[in-house]
Design a protein around this ligand. Structure first.
Ligand SMILES: [Zn+2]
Ligand SMILES: [Zn+2]
Length: 383
């Protein structure tokens, strides 16, 4: 059955009739929007990580479905090179502005049923309190390090991820994967032991790792392949969400050569470190010290660089940035030098540490983040 949509751009006999000239946003009820109210009610709140070619298409799909609320997450600005693959960045004045702000504006005009929330940050710099209430996280990123960060968020928060990826070789092929959370396989389960070790070293070690994994960003896929990938992502994500699918799986497709559309189960890898028993996560309001008793420490996932020295001019400064981001983008605030020595990297603060008198935001942690409280190295005080 073909649904007639509320725009009435064709009259009953099939001849075109003009769109209503209201000038304001078009309001659709769920039925006229294609009977997708089921999908919208399943997913009251979703997040899209990445606002490139895939992210634009995911945005369009969720808008048409009438999703309740969507977080748009991407730190980048619109560049001229994005226009070939991102329809929604072609609006006047979009160039040079944060991608997610442009999308949110477009969303307010085109899909006003949905509340669009722009967050111009990397996925690892979004407070977990903002992600915890989501039903689904869509991945539209082009780096495996970001996929791994999403896997950590997914397994810690029990948040299903539906990730999209396109073949970088130029073939018309892609993959859509469902990672249900801690109980099923995650993206990290799929990595080889060596690759996993390389990535996790960049997360956890206080010292600079011997080898930072090199990643190519960007996609060579055509707009059609991006549209197909995002459409499959949204279609299957709602199907998997509806039936409460607890097993990780992928849909792989290939549109050239030997045509293929195949569903593959992804087994949980027992050696993957992301599936251990969960620690409780709590918000911190005010200074860290307000929440800690003697001998405890408050920990978060990704280490921050709190103090660094420029090897060119000798300046010591407080970057207050996630270590992986500091290594990628850090520069001396005085001379712009990139030869930087990390002096204090950490992902925890112990009670009694002078830093515990600061708030999370004052050390560079995201707003509305979540933390675990652990027994530290000191002997816990008896009460
Ligand atoms: Zn895993
Ligand atoms: Zn310097």
């Amino acid at each position: 059955m073909i649904h007639e949509n509320g725009l009435q751009n064709e009259s009953k006999n099939g001849s075109p009739s003009p769109l209503p000239q209201t000038g304001g946003p078009v309001h659709l009820d769920a039925e006229s929007a294609g009977g997708m109210s089921g999908a919208a009610s399943l997913c009251r709140r979703a997040a899209i990580a990445g606002a490139g070619a895939l992210g634009n298409e995911l945005f369009r799909q969720l808008g048409l479905l009438g999703a309740g609320e969507v977080l748009l997450i991407d730190p980048d600005l619109v560049e001229a090179s994005n226009l070939a693959k991102c329809a929604f960045f072609r609006s006047p004045g979009a160039a040079g502005r944060p991608k997610v702000e442009v999308l949110a504006e477009q969303g307010a005009a085109l899909f006003p049923e949905t509340r669009w929330i722009p967050i111009a940050r990397e996925i690892a710099d979004v407070g977990w309190g903002r992600l915890r209430g989501c039903d689904l996280l869509f991945g539209g990123v082009d780096r495996d390090s970001a996929r791994l960060e999403m896997a950590r968020i997914s397994t810690r928060l029990g948040l299903p991820v539906c990730d999209g990826g396109m073949i970088t070789s130029g073939a018309a092929a892609g993959r859509v994967s469902w990672f249900p959370g801690r109980e099923g396989a995650c993206f990290c389960c799929r990595l080889t032991a060596r690759r996993r070790r390389e990535y996790l070293e960049t997360w956890s070690s206080a010292a600079h790792p011997c080898h930072v994994p090199q990643e190519r960003g960007g996609w060579s896929a055509t707009p059609a392949v991006a549209a197909v990938t995002a459409a499959l992502q949204v279609h299957f994500a709602f199907e998997w969400l509806r039936r409460g699918e607890r097993e990780a799986r992928s849909i792989e497709f290939r549109l050239d050569g030997a045509l293929r559309l195949e569903e593959i189960r992804i087994p949980l890898d027992e050696s993957c470190p992301f599936h251990t028993a969960p620690l409780a996560l709590v918000p911190v309001e005010g200074p860290f010290s307000a929440l800690m008793r003697h001998g405890q420490e408050i920990a978060w996932e990704w280490p921050l660089c709190l103090r660094a020295r420029c090897l060119d001019c000798g300046l010591e400064f407080e970057p207050r940035l996630r270590v992986t981001r500091f290594r990628r983008e850090g520069a001396c605030p005085r001379c712009g030098g990139r030869r930087l020595l990390e002096l204090d990297n950490r992902n925890r603060i112990a009670s009694g540490d002078p830093l515990s008198r600061r708030t999370p935001e004052e050390v560079g942690l995201p707003a509305e983040h979540l933390y675990s409280i652990r027994k530290g190295f000191l002997v816990e005080e008896m009460e």
